[in-house]
Design a protein. Structure first.
Length: 155
């Protein structure tokens, strides 16, 4: 049996937010110290072949491991995601919740990675899905990727 690796071209999407700029402070409204609601996003360069979007929000500065704040997939393709409003299926984050849990660092300044993926097919996953299972399921379906980084520290 011969195994042939297939090259997959993953295009770059532009992910931005009207609430904060890349590598800037995330407004308190979107954190555990505020309303703890998901921020709004704008997307550019979504491939026309995209069938849905997926989002992973994580904190690589967490003390033990990268901490997952939000997992959502099968989001209808859109160029504008309104704050605190998102259609799709939510997975289980590291707070053991099935919804967005905003930045809430115990100490210091943390970076929060808002990652968005354009997928060429819907995902058939249960709602108790965790990050590793989501990444595995979408690994061969990713056609574009974008990232926005925000920072936050508690007073």
């Amino acid at each position: 049996m011969i195994h042939i690796e297939q090259e997959v071209e993953i295009r770059l999407m532009r992910l931005s937010s009207p609430a904060f700029k890349d590598n800037d402070v995330i407004p308190i409204k979107y954190t555990c110290d505020g309303l703890n609601q998901s921020p709004p996003f704008d997307l550019d360069n979504i491939p026309k072949e995209a069938k849905c979007l997926a989002i992973i929000v994580e904190d690589p500065d967490a003390p033990i491991n990268t901490w997952v704040h939000w997992l959502v997939w099968n989001i209808p393709v859109t160029h504008h995601i309104q704050e605190n409003t998102l259609k799709g299926k939510n997975g289980v984050n590291d707070f053991s919740r099935k919804f967005y849990c905003g930045p809430c660092p115990l100490s210091g300044t943390h970076h929060y990675l808002f990652k968005i993926y354009a997928l060429n097919d819907l995902l058939q996953l249960p709602e108790n899905t965790k990050k590793v299972e989501l990444e595995r399921a979408m690994s061969d379906k990713i056609i574009a990727f974008g990232q926005l980084t925000g920072i936050y520290s508690r007073k």
